[in-house]
Design a protein around this ligand. Sequence first.
Ligand SMILES: [Zn+2]
Length: 441
Amino acid sequence: MTTYWCEHALLPGGVRRSVRVVVADGRVRDVLPGVAAQPDDVPLRGIALPGLANGHSHAFHRALRGLTHDDGGNFWTWREAMYAVTHRLDPDTYRSLATAVFAEMVLAGYTVVGEFHYLHHAPGGRPYDDPNAMGVALIEAARTAGIRITLLDTCYLEGGLTAGGHVPLDEVQQRFSDGSVKAWAERVDLMDGDATTRIGTAVHSVRAVPGPDLAAVGEFAARDGRPLHVHLSEQPGENLACEGFYECSPTELLAKNGLLTEATTVVHATHLSEMDIGLLGAARSTACFCPTTERDLADGIGPARVLHDAGAPLSLGSDQHAVIDPFEEMRAVEMHERLDSLERGRFGPTELLGMACLHGYRSLGWDDGGVIARGQLADLVAVRLDSPRTAGCDPAQVLYAATSADVTDVVVGGDQVVVAGKHRLGDVGSLLSRAIAAVRR
Ligand SMILES: [Zn+2]
């Protein structure tokens, strides 16, 4: 049993001072506000937040940070650069890279990641001896880095969509495909979760999975109550192609095939019609916004407040990892709304933290995390209140001032993975440098 004493802690009722959090077997056994620290308590200075969820990640995209800005370009030219990175990825290089990226996430305050995983096979689409070698590499990486993972194993069958129909997989995309929903589901079924791992599902997009196959993926996900994620309307081009071929929007296509449920998370949801928003809200599907990616790729600003008001909870992800900073993602949702609406306070701090914590955990299939309360997973993130950025701020408004550099301690399942700003694996910058060099060589 370990007891953490928090100078401040964000509890379900708000921020409280002097909070003892008693932890046993990876869970919170008791929460005692307004009590002095005991001699054996582990102190967490500043404010302790619940664990923060990174709802949408492609770990290998981290290798592109700071490399794609010289020639302008767009989403589709960025995608070419991203595909080039895949040539050096095999289970060993991917394990090393993902370990470093996940360590960077924990250092930034993320305690669970939804890894949207589609790089399944060797070049040419040839399965590895273990057909889940790449997924297992990601799970092992998360375990080493000390972060929970929901592996969102992604169905990817076609190379794209035009008004004339789906197009064949190109050479790179062959590595993403199992050939059929049946083969994909059989492979996913071979994997098991554990105390820090969940196996979820994903459809890459309506570009990559044809209409008739969507329903089959949804049935497989529902069979075992797995979360189902899907990229949705990140680019106007996807909407145009879908309208041209299916005569409906991507959201409508998902709805027609039974994919919009409470277990579904649509990622980006940037370019939506009123009807799309109504469908997502009525289904209570989650919308995972990735604001630092969406601005990096010039995607646009999604209808965050409108979706929320329609009934769709929001979660947050860092997606391509141009930035790994949960505070930046939370803030960006509100700041993008301000620029778009000319109003402040479109989302309050409690709502923004709810996206990153509670709804983030729920969207990844963890119904027992993202809140500091008795019986919940013992995931805590301590943020200092005396840094050059945070000095003087109201603890309840820390997310408007802090960056990932202000995270001092991170506890996952009761274990302290980050202590005084240091990850247990050592220098994460060096880990990243080596792992990125290996895939760019
Ligand atoms: Zn993505």
